[in-house]
Design a protein around this ligand. Structure first.
Ligand code: SAM
Length: 295
């Protein structure tokens, strides 16, 4: 089932966290001139029209504001400045760039970038937005592409795994794919985005408060991933607001397996900028946490 459309969520707090984290990882990979391999397993459309998203979902306006705010974030952090530089020209046109265009903006001639997207319309958009670039695009299941293209040669690089998590089985699919990826490519950096979901929600029909069946799946996935991430695992969570039955996704996280050296130090000022500029209440749920120390 491919009903998820990222255009309704483009530029929200979750995209901002994910794309800042992505840029921080790319910065680490580019410390050396050696080429790197990059794969985005769930690439999306490439670029999104925000005005279109707002027209279709009035609740989305605040979320888009998050992206606009982030584009104005003050401070001398180099990764935030890169982010501002990349997104500002798109925001000026009422657009927001997806992960493929963000990764492509930073890529050097020697790097090889692959993008996998299964949804026919999203793939068509991705083809349009990446035309004339050096990106390799695949109309294929992201987990299949991951298996087919790894281990890469040369073997330095990273994968971004960013599923829609529409179905509960996607959490298990991530775990299984990552487990086999670590076995065949122990050096690879693996970055996985996941949602932070409130434990309860309001039933649309009955208006009653009920348990959210997907609420603890991210936490379970993290715990299972930590079992086989022997080479280190860092978890970054940004809670834009407190969990409540009024919000489904109250924040999101990025878990990075085999993180580059001092990656947590790079992410701390970024998370602190997000909490001071974008967070809408006074919760203290956000963190940068070493879950498994690097050997
Ligand atoms: N990574 C994108 C970004 O940051 O701009 C957003 C990706 S969006 C969260 C998830 C995408 O995965 C959607 O475009 C959806 O069509 C696609 N998708 C869903 N199932 C997939 C699968 N099995 N393989 C590849 N793509 C899939």
């Amino acid at each position: 089932m491919l009903s998820y459309q990222h255009s309704y969520h483009a530029g929200n707090h979750a995209d901002v966290l994910k794309h800042l984290c992505l840029l921080a990882l790319i910065e680490k990979l580019q410390i050396k001139a050696k080429p790197y391999f990059y794969l985005d397993t769930h690439a999306g459309n490439g670029c999104y029209t925000l005005t279109h998203a707002i027209a279709h979902n009035s609740q989305h306006v605040d979320e888009v504001v998050a992206a606009k705010l982030s584009a104005k974030m003050a401070g001398g952090n180099a990764v935030i400045q890169q982010y501002q530089h990349i997104v500002s020209s798109y925001l000026d046109k009422g657009m927001y760039p997806g992960s493929p265009l963000i990764a492509e903006a930073q890529a050097r001639e020697q790097d090889t970038l692959h993008m996998s997207e299964l949804h026919p319309q999203a793939f068509e958009d991705l083809s349009h937005w990446t035309k004339g670039t050096s990106l390799h695009i695949h109309k294929r299941d992201g987990f299949e592409t991951l298996n087919a293209l790894t281990p890469p040669k040369p073997n330095r690089g990273m994968v971004l795994i960013d599923p829609a998590y529409e179905q509960a089985q996607e959490y298990k699919q991530v775990e299984e794919s990552v487990k086999s990826l670590i076995q065949k490519w122990p050096q690879g950096i693996i970055a996985i985005w996941y949602p932070l979901l409130s434990p309860t929600r309001i039933n649309r029909n009955t208006k009653e408060i009920e348990d959210n069946p997907k609420a603890s799946l991210s936490e379970k996935m993290l715990s299972n991933l930590s079992e086989f991430a022997e080479q280190g695992m860092i978890d970054i969570q940004f809670a834009v607001q407190k969990p409540s039955e009024l919000v489904g996704m109250y924040g999101s996280g990025m878990v990075v397996i085999n993180p580059p050296w001092q990656f947590e130090e790079s992410m701390k000022p970024i998370l602190s900028a997000l909490t001071s500029q974008i967070q809408i209440d006074d919760n203290s749920l956000s963190h940068v946490q070493i879950v498994v120390p690097s050997p």
